[in-house]
Ligand binder design. Sequence first.
Ligand code: ZN
Length: 165
Amino acid sequence: MKPLTEHDIRTSFVNCSKGAAKRLPLPKDLADLDHWDDLDFLGWSDLSAPDRSYLVLERAAGPVGLTLRSASGNRGFLRRSMCSLCLTTHTGGGVCLMTAPKAGPAGREGNSVGLYVCADLDCSLYVRGKKKAAPGGRMEESLTVEQQIERLRGNLDAFVERILH
Ligand SMILES: [Zn+2]
C-alpha cells in the first residue's frame, strides 16, 4: 500500500466520530515504517487500551479507517482459531474476535460487525511469509502468494462493505 501520513489516517475513519479520530493513538513507528510494500492494510493496537485496535486500508476512493474492539470476556481470545482474513491458524490467543461499529446511524444505534482476525493484525506479513506462524499455522495451498494476497484483500473488502452498508 502507499505510505500513509498522520493526516491520511486521521481523516480516513468511517466508524467513529471525527473527534475520536483526532484523538486516537497512531502506530508508534509510523514515521519509521519502511515495509509499506508488504502491507495490504495498516493495523495497530492502542497500547494503553489493548482491547482497542485500528485498521486502515486503501480503497479506490482513498484510505478507509476502522476502529475495532476485542470482544469482552476473556478479551475474545480463543484457544485455537483461524483468522478470517488471511486464514492463518493461531493458538493461545493469536486470533481474537474483534467487532467494528457500523458506519453512520446504524453504528450509533449500537450495530457492529464481528471478525475473527490475527490479534497482531499482521495478516499481510503472514500471507507473504515475512512473519512466521506457529507450525501448522499456514495451510499447504495451491494458490500463489499473489493469489493469497488477492484473497486477503477480498476478505477485507467484504468486511468493510458490511460496515459501510
Ligand atoms: Zn490474519
